[in-house]
Write a protein that binds this ligand. Structure first.
Ligand SMILES: C[S@@+](CC[C@H](N)C(=O)[O-])C[C@H]1O[C@@H](n2cnc3c(N)ncnc32)[C@H](O)[C@@H]1O
Length: 202
């Protein structure tokens, strides 16, 4: 059985053929480039900022859950919230398809720690539902993620509600980085990909 490294590359290859928002009218759901995400996650692991046994991860606008699937190998709980039900419905068939490909290639399957929810990430009721079903409250999230979407509003929510020291990874900015009151910029260029910055709640 091939391990985590092979799984990450297989997931990136799979989703590379179904990327959104790079042309046409779907910019609002632009997909993370998973090939760039691999070094970002390895960087966070090497620095001891995430751990498969304790990290609770939340993608605040998870779309088809692709970041969650990749993250599942690095964290304890890989949780996502998506406001558009139709987009969220793409998750299960893609996960099943991917798991078949991984099995055929004798690669480690996707861990059973991915929990995706339909709802608005800015609504407290959504977080209550996440807690009820996954057992993880918003206050227990260790790493929160967004691909630009509502990054400023999500930042305010994190400052208001998340635990001290919670990490916020914002994907999609390069040289000119946003600042959030109540957070410090911890790593301006996670994984040296020129695409993601990491903040920590003070
Ligand atoms: C730019 S896409 C990123 C998708 C995915 N995280 C990725 O990186 O590939 C942003 C997603 O956030 C969703 N979204 C927008 N506002 C939201 C909200 N308030 N709560 C939850 N999801 C939201 C959109 O429908 C869209 O699918």
């Amino acid at each position: 059985m091939n391990g985590k490294h092979e799984a990450l590359w297989a997931i990136a290859r799979f989703f590379d053929t179904i990327r959104y928002g790079y042309e046409g009218h779907e910019g609002y759901r632009k997909s993370t480039d998973l090939f760039k995400m691999i070094p970002c996650l390895e960087d966070l692991m090497t620095r001891g900022l995430i751990h498969p046994q304790w990290t609770n991860f939340l993608d605040l606008g998870c779309a088809d859950g692709r970041v969650n699937l990749m993250m599942s190998y690095f964290v304890r709980n890989s949780i996502g919230i998506e406001i558009d039900k139709e987009i969220l419905n793409e998750f299960e068939p893609r996960k099943a398809h991917l798991n078949r490909l991984l099995k055929d290639q004798k690669i480690q399957p996707i861990p059973e720690n991915v929990h995706l929810f339909s709802g608005d990430s800015l609504e407290p009721g959504t977080h209550a539902r996440v807690k009820e079903i996954s057992g993880v409250s918003f206050e227990e999230m260790d790493l929160l993620y967004t691909y630009i979407t509502l990054h400023d509003l999500f930042g305010e929510m994190i400052v208001e509600k998340a635990q001290k020291g919670a990490l916020y990874m914002v994907y999609g900015f390069s040289r000119i980085l946003p600042r959030y009151e109540g957070m410090e910029l911890l790593i301006p260029d996670v994984g040296s990909q020129g695409i993601a910055a990491l903040y920590r709640k003070l």
